[in-house]
Design a protein around this ligand. Sequence first.
Ligand code: OFO
Length: 183
Amino acid sequence: MLTKNIEEALNGQLSRELYSAYLYLSMSAHSTNIGLKGFANWFMVQYHEEMFHAMKFYEYINLQGGKVALTALAQPPAEFESPLEMFTKTLEHERFITKSINGLMELAIAEKDHATQIFLQWYVTEQVEEESNDNEIIARLRIAGSDPQALMMLDRELAARMTTIPTEFSKGVQAAAAKGPAA
Ligand code: OFO
């Protein structure tokens, strides 16, 4: 069972995860548009990951007898000056999400909601990985500077990123996850 406060906070985070997906889909579209297929792939994989994050909240709210309440999503930015700007914005956004998850955890602790604390633990760990990935790519982009060859080499590396989470969300996250990674 969820308190009203927790239910509202979980729904807020569900919207933020959906916005994250929307933002990275926009970055993927921009990358395709400027001919960086590897970057486009990396952001498309990230889009799927964010949808997975969102659907885990969706499923948890339902599982606990709460009501999912969807809200309008803001329009994401569509133009970026450079790949470095995209990743700087990505890191900035992920830091915002980390703060948001931490806030949710503090609320769950204050309300003595142990189940929600356990549920959120996965996101706490995930955020460490997400920020670390972004920091690593930002460092690589800084080293590449304005060298087009170095940029294309990084583009090839990012093309290799594969989705490791299930994408059949309509079956429910748990059921889809039981089938293992998406092809
Ligand atoms: Fe990018 O971790 Fe969810 O939002």
